[in-house]
Design a protein around this ligand. Structure first.
Ligand SMILES: [Mg+2]
Length: 310
């Protein structure tokens, strides 16, 4: 029997890639930029930043990707939120070495967040020119399986579309830009710079594992409404999954049947604790992208069981 069509919306970094190397490079850029701005030595800045990170890690619920006073993601769940959390720490500085860094970066940038964005984007561009791809082991094999089993994949990521397109092209797979109308209905598409982090002026949140996560993400919502996926997968609970979980709780017509979280080495206890146990938590904790064939098969069954019961 032919498999029924299935549509997977997937995050990119942390699901299909190994982001540790790129994060290390963002850190290096951050230190070099701060050294240049303050005329301090790189080892001195390294030492200061290590001290800031130590303070940040002691209170992960108070640091992360803070946008207009709310946390779009937390530092302990999100690889790329660590440099951003350093920016947040500097932004709140009133005295000490951190105030020196803040004053120095504000002489060149509108805000600490703006400075961190520029470090992230500059590194990301340089990294892409240095490495052909950093896809995780087994990614190609999984992609082949999914495509041969009638699964369409739409990548929705804050990385630029070009990164996703180029990295898969290095393995002979054509990913089309999701914003290009010719891509509609095609098996592999990508929406880069998807703005998943942006929140609305109408706060909606869920509490998971004792942490408040934000569900109102208008740019991401518009994409999910348009794409109407059967399943969503991501590695950052707040950024990737809080919205689909909120949609399911609100019985939104575009809410996905399956919601899956990638289990990474650093995934904190609060994100994994309730998985599969409450309706507003993710259904699956995924050990590696190579588990996707099993999960897709399972969600396909959930979907046909739900259709049969209508
Ligand atoms: Mg990710």
């Amino acid at each position: 029997m032919m498999d029924s069509p299935f549509h997977l919306v997937s995050d990119f970094d942390g699901v299909w890639t190994e982001p540790a190397r790129e994060l290390q490079e963002v850190h290096t850029t951050l230190v070099q930029e701060l050294a240049a701005l303050t005329a301090r030595s790189v080892p001195q800045v390294e030492e200061d930043v290590a001290g800031f990170i130590q303070i940040i890690r002691q209170k992960p619920e108070c640091f992360g990707w803070r946008i207009e006073g709310r946390f779009s993601s937390y530092v302990d769940e999100d690889y790329f939120a660590l440099p951003t959390a350093v920016g947040q720490f500097l932004e709140d500085a009133t005295s000490g070495p951190e105030k020196i860094y803040l004053d120095a970066l504000l002489s060149r940038h509108e805000s600490a967040l703006d400075f961190l964005d520029s470090c992230y984007h500059a590194t990301c561009d340089r990294f892409r020119s240095d490495v052909k791809h950093d896809l995780t082991r087994g990614a190609e094999r999984v992609l082949e399986w999914l495509l041969s089993h009638h699964v369409r994949i739409t990548f929705v990521s804050n990385a630029p579309s070009g990164k996703i397109i180029d990295w898969f092209a290095a393995n002979g797979h054509e990913v089309l830009d999701g914003r290009d109308p010719v891509s509609h209905g095609r098996p592999l598409r990508a929406y880069g710079r998807a703005g998943k982090q942006f929140l609305s002026h109408d706060p909606q949140s869920l509490t998971l594992g004792g942490r408040k996560v934000q569900g109102d993400r208008p740019e991401y919502l518009a994409l999910l409404e348009q794409e109407n996926p059967d399943m969503v997968i991501g590695d950052v609970l707040s950024l990737d999954l809080a919205l689909p979980l909120w949609m399911r709780q609100e019985k939104h017509p575009a809410a996905p049947t399956g919601i899956a979280l990638m289990h990474l080495k650093h995934s904190p206890d609060w994100v994994t604790r309730e998985i599969g146990k409450t309706p507003h938590a993710p259904d699956f904790l995924v050990p590696h992208v190579t588990s996707l064939p099993r999960l897709v098969t399972q969600v396909r069954r959930m979907k046909s069981a739900a259709l049969a019961s209508v």
